[in-house]
Write a protein that binds this ligand. Structure first.
Ligand code: ADP
Ligand code: MG
Length: 259
């Protein structure tokens, strides 16, 4: 559905993505795994057209991304941010509706009844049905991320790109948010591409993992087949540090499963 071919992105002389080639399949939960600075955010921003590649090609349903069609392609893609990017002094409903502003004239912000119904459904789906008119700055981090997810779902995208959606959340809330993304994939058939730096979450929620380090793919395969050697290639020297973190996450996940 999305094909990425020899995608290279450089900032000045600094090559951040180096001839990255892979495909995103329909209805999969794909995790992009890598430590901080690996190039994960840059990759997602290229995929939704926020950044122009230095070289290489991205195709969606056979159509090559160009300056001319980028807006049309972007409409099929929802985005979820690490720091939520919600507007604090507006309500949940207003935040979700404003997600569609890109397709409306700024001077004519009018929302039809149909749009409001659709927004209410998205808000219900993410479990904020009792918070529709609450100001977003009164919500917890996990609830704010749910607003971010509802805003993406409201646009009815084929793909949701999530850039470290749980990096600012505690472990219990992180598992809830990743479970919600998984449920959206299953109920609505939305493809999920989720950046993560934590291996345990990647293994638990990813059907497929693409591991990157220094902008190069180190692993592309089933989550269940990733080996210790692959993990070492993905994390490099950060491996030992990551191992400590992994034990902690493993314990949290186990506690939740057994409680
Ligand atoms: N706009 C930018 N200008 C210059 N360098 C950037 C820019 N965005 C990212 N980088 C650099 O690209 C590298 C990868 O960053 P990023 O994609 O944010 O990695 P990750 O999301 O995996 O932590 C980093 O070294 C970062 O400093
Ligand atoms: Mg990042």
């Amino acid at each position: 559905m999305i094909e990425i071919q020899e995608l290279t992105k450089a900032f000045g002389g600094n090559i951040v993505l180096d001839k990255v080639t892979f495909s995103i399949h329909n209805r999969e939960f794909l995790v992009i795994l890598g430590s901080s600075g690996a190039g994960k955010s840059t990759l997602l921003r290229c995929i939704n057209g926020l950044l122009a590649p230095t070289s290489g090609q991205i195709r969606m349903d056979g159509t090559v991304y160009t300056q001319k069609n980028i807006r049309e392609l972007r409409r099929k893609v929802g985005f979820i941010f690490q720091h939520y990017e919600v507007i604090g002094n507006l309500s949940v409903m207003q935040n979700v509706l404003l997600g569609s502003l890109g397709t409306k004239s700024f001077w004519n912000v009018f929302f039809s009844r149909e749009e409001r119904v659709k927004a209410a459904e998205a808000i219900e789906l993410v479990g904020l049905g009792d918070k529709v008119h609450v100001r977003v700055d009164q919500l917890s981090g996990g609830q704010k991320q749910r607003v971010g997810i509802a805003r993406a779902v409201f646009q009815n995208p084929q793909v949701i790109l999530a850039d470290e959606p749980v990096a600012s959340l505690d472990p219990v809330t992180s598992l809830e948010i990743l479970s919600l993304l998984k449920r959206i994939k299953e109920e609505k058939g939305t493809t999920i591409v989720c950046n993560l730096h934590q291996l345990e979450y990647a293994r638990t929620f990813g059907e497929r993992i693409i591991g990157i380090r220094h902008g190069m793919i180190q692993y592309d395969g089933q989550a269940s087949r990733i080996t210790e050697a692959d993990i070492r290639n993905i994390y490099g020297n950060a491996y030992m540090l990551e191992q400590g973190e992994r034990e902690e996450e493993g314990r949290t996940a186990a506690q939740l499963v057994h409680s």
